[in-house]
Design a protein around this ligand. Sequence first.
Ligand code: ATP
Length: 260
Amino acid sequence: MSMLTVTKLTKRFGGLIAVNGVDFAFPKGTISAVIGPNGAGKTTFFNMITGIYTPDDGQIELDGKSIVNVKPDRITGMGIARTFQNIRLFATMTVLENVMVGMHIHLKAGVLGSLLHLPRIRHEENTAMEEAYRLLEYVGLEKMLNEQAGSLPYGAQRRLEIARALATRPKVLLLDEPAAGMNPRETVELTTLIKRIQRELDITVILIEHDMKLVMELSEHILVLDYGTKIAEGNPDEIRNNPRVIEAYLGKSAAKEVIS
Ligand SMILES: Nc1ncnc2c1ncn2[C@@H]1O[C@H](COP(=O)(O)OP(=O)(O)OP(=O)(O)O)[C@@H](O)[C@H]1O
């Protein structure tokens, strides 16, 4: 069963076709990767799924419902969360506050209710704080809950971004280059965390990643883009040995050497 399906998905910027008629189904409860050389259209693909860009053509369905022309915050509410290539935390807020921000989408209390300190709202805030704490424990940051987000080591900031995304209670988690800038130890910890999120929380994970070792270790399904077009799809073994993929990454002459 597919959790997220794109059909003939297309995005143009002037004369440039950044994503060109891409079809793909991301199966429920699995980890998939979207890979391809720089400028292949991966981030544009994520930006259409999260409603930041409206597709020029094609369809996107979350669990059978179209999400084209739906606003980004509504898409978050429907169950798609993401992290960004360049970490986007509230650097001067605490670790706990950053996760609470992710949670607000499910809170009923508006700003006025919070200011008036109504008992029902205080109860809701306490529950949210407990849930935020549990999420921080889940990603291993509970000891840092009162630190400023911007002061955390890089790997911890990435995990905090994941905790904030999980706070929106997603069905689908999109991770844009989660291992970028991480040292080998942090990458191993990240790999374990992503596997746990898929298995224990039953979340469909889709990642964009340049670290091929990580992609091959984590992903069951891989979509390969080149100049906006799908050039291959399959499991890690199929992708690793696919001549078009090798050529896209290494160029024609190098690909011939690798294959022969
Ligand atoms: N807002 C925009 N306006 C114009 N062109 C854009 C815009 N966003 C992306 N592009 C272009 O679309 C193409 C695909 O870009 P995109 O960022 O989606 O690629 P990518 O695969 O994510 O690349 P990278 O791996 O380097 O992050 C590129 O040629 C890029 O310059």
